[in-house]
Every structure is written in structure tokens, then in C-alpha cells.
Design a protein around this ligand. Structure first.
Ligand SMILES: C[S@@+](CC[C@H](N)C(=O)[O-])C[C@H]1O[C@@H](n2cnc3c(N)ncnc32)[C@H](O)[C@@H]1O
Length: 285
């Protein structure tokens, strides 16, 4: 039978080079970087790194989950859900389906928040919507004097965040609480930080993004509803600074909302693509 793009070319074991060639052909036209993604998936499936693949093209291997992962990736499953790993703030975290995959631009939110509390001693920090826990964990690693509490409505997220905190040795420094907003969590806090769901419910999204959990993406009909609730929570509790990520087109609506609250020093920041991506505000006593 002739080899086609939809048929595994060989029965295992075949060579590294042949499996990569096959995987690249399967992903071609379906992902932006088919060769690189085939390499990442094969390396992860056989528990080697990409350098090993490059150095051993003739090695005969059993590809493990690779053929199945290639099929899933061709069907828009995010790469990180297949490998179970995601890089964030120069560290590696576990990621599983059912929890949002952290995005690079969220590193900027952490930098802005850290700058805001740079002079606070032993800061108390709250995070709303912790997901995989990356924000709370990076803050715990970079501010070893901080006390942190992080909430999420999604029990899968809370379980994964605890696992990631243990992986990074900060499990005893972060209290993960399953619940909405700051329910059951008492202030005061020097910092309230959040990368909430902020996409409008009718926004067209890439099929790959739609494999991520609905409640992690969509903030309501307009998108900014949860952001408004977070601003209200910050004002209701005694919070020093509020730092939030937001949509590129939400600055005006957020500025109007913040104008009616007891906040000062509101500063919006841009992401790597020069799009509005978040703000830090000082909440007045
Ligand atoms: C955009 S994700 C952010 C995840 C993680 N902090 C990050 O930056 O990768 C938003 C998270 O907020 C959670 N969430 C949604 N509504 C919430 C609510 N009312 N209270 C607490 N968490 C909520 C979702 O389950 C999801 O994990």
C-alpha cells in the first residue's frame, strides 16, 4: 500500500527521521510550525529532548503516544495539553485539559504587580482565578516574604495549582481556595491580582483556543463583567493595589468604571504586540 499523509508510514519501530517526516506531513497546513511541533511531540512521547532527536535520526524507536498525539494535534488539540507541560516565566509547569494554558503576556502582569508592591514588607497577596497557579507560584518564588491566597471556581484548576505549587516548593506559602472571587477570603491585602476571563461570549475564537475551558475564557456577554466584579471586590475589601489583565479593547470601558470608584494612579500597560493588556490601580482607603 502506498504511504499517505493520513496513514502511519511504518509499523513501529521505525526511525526517528521517518516518524518526524510523517508527523510533519500530518500537521502540515493545520498548524503554523509542523516540523517543530512534530519534534516537540516525538521528543515528549519518547521522553527525550529535541537535541537527542537531531543527533539520532537513524535510531529505531517505538513512538509511544506520538501517532495518537499527532492525530489529536491535527484536530486542534493544544500542544501543551498533549505534552502536559507549559513554560511560563522561565519555569516549567504541569498543564492538563480543563485548565487554561498560561500565556506569555501574563508575565507582564506579574512584572507590573511586583513593581507596585516593591516597597511593601511581607506583602499579603490575593489572586482571583488562579488556573494552573502560575501567577501565585511565580509571585511566591520572587517575593519569598509574601503570604498568598488564590481562588478559582474550577476544582480541576485548584488541584493542578496545588500540584504545581508542590513542584516548585511553595505549597506551604500559598492557600488555594475553591470559590468565586474573594468568597471566604479575608483581607486586608497589599495586592489583588487577576487574569480573569475577559472575552465576550460571542467573540469568534480559534478552534484550538476553544479546547480550553469556557469559564476561563469568557467573562460574560460583553466580556468585562467579571473585571467589574473584581474591581468591586477590591474596593469592598481593604486592598492596596489592584492589578488585572484585560482585553485589548477594554481600556475605555474600564477607565469609565474605575472613574466612579475610590481608586487613583490607574496605569494601563501594553503587551508585546503593543496592545492594551492590563492595568494597575491604587485603591484609596
Ligand atoms: C484566564 S484564566 C487565568 C488562569 C491563570 N491565572 C493564568 O493566568 O494562566 C481565568 C481563571 O479564572 C477562573 N474563574 C472564572 N470565574 C471565576 C470566579 N468568579 N471566581 C474565581 N475564579 C474564576 C477560571 O476558572 C480560570 O481558571
Amino acid at each position: 500500500m502506498p504511504e499517505t499523509a493520513s496513514t502511519p508510514p511504518l509499523t513501529p519501530p521505525a526511525s526517528v527521521a521517518r516518524w518526524l517526516q510523517w508527523g510533519e506531513a500530518q500537521l502540515s497546513g493545520r498548524v503554523d510550525r509542523p516540523r517543530l511541533e512534530a519534534q516537540i511531540l516525538l521528543a515528549s512521547a519518547i521522553k527525550r529532548d529535541r537535541l537527542w532527536l537531531m543527533a539520532h535520526p537513524e535510531a529505531a524507536i517505538d513512538p509511544g503516544s506520538y501517532p495518537d498525539w499527532i492525530a489529536q494535534r491535527a484536530d486542534a488539540q493544544p500542544l501543551e495539553y498533549l505534552t502536559g507541560r507549559v513554560g511560563f516565566y522561565s519555569r516549567e509547569f504541569i498543564i492538563t485539559p480543563g485548565v487554561l494554558i498560561p500565556r506569555p503576556e501574563t508575565e507582564l502582569l506579574i512584572d507590573r504587580a511586583l513593581a507596585a508592591i516593591a516597597t511593601s514588607q511581607a506583602p499579603r497577596i490575593a489572586e482571583i482565578g488562579t488556573g494552573s497557579g502560575v501567577i501565585a507560584i511565580v509571585l511566591a518564588l520572587l517575593r519569598t516574604d509574601a503570604e498568598i491566597v488564590a481562588t478559582d471556581i474550577n476544582p480541576k484548576a485548584i488541584a493542578l495549582a496545588r500540584e504545581n505549587a508542590a513542584l516548585h516548593g511553595v505549597a506551604d506559602r500559598i492557600a488555594f481556595v475553591q470559590g468565586s472571587l474573594l468568597d471566604g477570603v479575608g483581607g486586608p491585602f497589599d495586592l489583588l491580582i487577576s487574569n480573569p476571563p475577559y472575552i465576550a461570549s460571542d467573540a469568534p475564537l480559534d478552534p484550538c483556543v476553544l479546547k480550553e475551558p469556557y469559564e476561563a475564557l469568557f467573562g460574560g456577554a460583553a466580556g468585562h463583567e467579571l473585571l467589574f466584579q473584581i474591581i468591586d471586590s477590591a474596593c469592598a475589601q481593604r486592598v492596596g493595589y489592584l492589578a488585572c489583565e484585560c482585553g485589548y479593547d477594554q481600556r475605555a470601558v474600564l477607565e469609565r468604571y474605575l472613574a466612579d470608584k475610590r481608586v487613583s494612579e490607574v496605569e494601563f500597560y501594553q503587551d508585546y504586540a503593543q496592545l492594551q493588556r492590563g492595568f494597575v490601580a491604587r485603591i484609596d482607603d
